[in-house]
Structure formats: C-alpha cells, structure tokens
Design a protein around this ligand. Structure first.
Ligand SMILES: *Cc1c(COP(=O)(O)O)cnc(C)c1O
Length: 349
C-alpha cells in the first residue's frame, strides 16, 4: 500500500481474544470478570449522562487518581491513568524504553513485542524454566530495562515480592516495570516498594478485578518523576484519554471495596474448585494466582474447537511452548460447572 509509512509496513499487530457475542456463549477466553460492575459504578455513570458531556473531561483525571492513591495509601502524584493499561503500557514503552535494550520473559503478554515493533525498541527474551517460572537470577545486573507481568500471563504463575525486590536492587540503572493486571487474585502488589525503589513502575488495570474491561481504565504507580515522564508523553498524544464516564466509573469502582473483595473472593473460590475438578480428571495445571488457569490438554487445539462448537470459548495459542495448553478464564460457578461437564463429554467420560 503506497500510502503506508515504512514503519506501518513492518508492524505485526496484537491479536486480542475473539469477541463472539452470540447469546448463550460462555466466554472464558479474554480474562474478563464474570461479575457485572458494582451497582454504584452504574449509578455514577448514569449521573454523567447529561449536558455536562458537552464539556471536555478533566485532563488530569484528578478525582480518579485520588481514589487510586487513597486505596494504596500513596499520593496522587504517584499515580498515572490511561485508556486501559494497554495505553498506559504503550506510553511506558515510549517514555522509558526507547534508548536501550528491553528484557522480558519468552512466554508472556504478547503485546510487549508489538510495542517494541511500534516504537522500534530492541528486545531480548529470557526463557522461563521447565516449570514455566521466571528464574530470578536471570534478571540480575542486566544491561537494559525489564518488564514482566506478576502473576505472569498466560501461565498464571506468581512471583514473591522478595524476588522482585532482588531484581530491583540488582538493576539500579534500569527501569523495572511490573504489570500487575492480575495481582488482585492472590498475589501481593509491589506498590509498597515504590518509596525504596525509584526504578520501579507498576501497571494495573480495571479490566480484570474491577469488572470494567468495557470502560478502558488502566493506571501506573511509581516515583513522581516516572509519573511526570508518562504525563509528558500522554500530553504529547491525547490530553483526554479518559472520558467523563470512565473517570466517574473508575472512582466509584475504587471506592466500593466491599464489592471488589466479594467478587474477587468468589473468583478465587471458583478457580480453586475448577483446578480440583480438572486435577481429579488427571489434567496437569500450572499453579495460578490469576483469574485464569493454564491447563495441559492432550490435543489442545481440538479441545478448543470442540468447546467452541459447544459455545464455550477458551484461549488457544498456536505458538511454540504454549500449543499443548489452553488458557481458561475463571467464570461464575455455573459457567465453570458447564465447562467441566462439556470437557467430560468431549473426552467421552
Ligand atoms: C489484560 C492485560 C492487560 C491490558 O488490560 P487493559 O487495561 O484492558 O488494556 C495488560 N497486561 C496484561 C498482562 C493483561 O493480561
């Protein structure tokens, strides 16, 4: 295409999970939350649906950032917000990663290499060990910046905070970005380390543990100077990445702690139930601290297709090292019951 710039011709875009919206479909393929947003969120969004929409939203998302700061007992100036954590991550790559090499695990969130392509960043992957874990020692004293999710995706495996601290301590000249998209489902956030480690930036999202994937709200937490860098990039790109509805919804979601804890606990319970059911059937699973499980299946692609034919969508990655696994998001108790029943039928039990 003659109008495409050189860089556009080289891009390999990220491919998100299928969004089939047929009635009756059980969607366990994109790690969305099976619970609706808090009723208080819906109420707040309705209040925004008036003439105020003629006006631009707060470009600094002050109230939303304050609510995140309150939740984590930090300051507003330690918080950056963006249009989904994917956008926050894009700004992170632009703001901090352009000038040296970037390291991340070989099995991880597949958007990272895509951003490297977009921003022309040189990267190197580090292999997980045989148990699909990140080996802490492989991440010490590197000659470049580092990004990884905790828990990792699509494995679900979590990393202890003392391992993360060791990586931070042994990379004083490098930025370490921890993508905590799934941290609320059983891990411990690294937010408590930001005062001691100026080279730590944490990225989180409202899409998974706060049932707001459709609203597109993500955030980053770190030293003020890092946040200032992100704001510079954001204000060179889009002054208003979060609209009025998103800012109000995000604030209400952050403030409704009871609903957040209740839905999170339900998902953890459903995860443990699903794991024990699958183990009873002799299946191998990685230990998950996320709202999904990574399950080894004899013919994974076939199982994916058979489940889809039965209106259950799971995620299959046709990639080396991952192609004998399915990633299955944790839904409601009822949905997980149906999943198990259908797996039994497919396996002819
Ligand atoms: C889902 C996910 C994101 C993106 O979340 P959004 O806020 O919806 O853009 C980022 N990182 C990881 C590891 C994810 O799984």
């Amino acid at each position: 295409m003659k109008y495409w710039s050189k860089i556009t011709k080289t891009l390999t875009p990220y491919v998100p999970g299928e969004q089939l919206n047929e009635p009756g479909i059980i969607k366990l393929n994109t790690n969305e939350n099976p619970f609706p947003p808090s009723p208080k969120v819906i109420e707040k969004i309705k209040k925004c649906l008036g003439s105020e929409l003629k006006k631009y939203p707060d470009p600094e998302s002050t109230e939303l950032r304050n609510s995140i700061a309150d939740f984590y007992e930090i300051e507003k100036d330690n918080v950056f917000v963006g249009n989904g954590s994917d956008e926050v991550l894009a700004h992170v790559f632009m703001a901090f990663f352009k000038d040296k090499k970037l390291y991340f695990p070989d099995i991880t969130y597949s958007f990272y290499p895509v951003y490297c392509g977009l921003y022309e960043i040189n990267y190197q992957t580090i292999s997980l060990n045989k148990k699909f874990e990140m080996e802490t020692k492989e991440y010490l004293n590197l000659d470049g910046n580092i990004i990884f999710p905790n828990p990792n995706a699509p494995t679900g495996i979590g990393m202890e905070l003392d391992a993360i601290e060791k990586i931070l301590k042994n990379n004083p000249g490098n930025l370490v970005v921890v993508d905590e998209a799934y941290i609320d489902f059983g891990g411990k956030s690294a937010v408590e380390l930001i005062d001691n480690y100026k080279n730590l930036l944490i990225v989180q999202t409202f899409s998974k543990s706060r049932s707001l994937a459709g609203m597109r709200i993500g955030f980053a937490i770190g030293d003020e100077k890092l946040i200032e860098g992100l704001i510079r990039v954001k204000d060179s790109f889009n002054s208003y990445p979060l609209d009025r509805l998103a800012q109000a919804a995000g604030k209400a979601a952050m403030e409704d702690r009871d609903y957040f804890e209740y839905t999170r606990d339900e998902i953890i319970k459903n995860r443990e139930w699903t794991i024990s059911e699958l183990r009873m059937r002799g299946m191998e699973l990685l230990p998950s601290k996320a709202n999904f499980i990574f399950v080894r299946v004899k013919d994974a692609e076939n199982m994916y297709r058979e489940l889809k034919a039965r209106k259950i969508l799971v995620r299959y990655f046709k990639k080396p090292l991952m192609d004998s696994y399915l990633r299955i998001s944790i839904g409601t108790k009822e949905e997980m019951g149906k999943l198990i029943k259908n797996i039994d039928q497919i396996m002819g039990v």
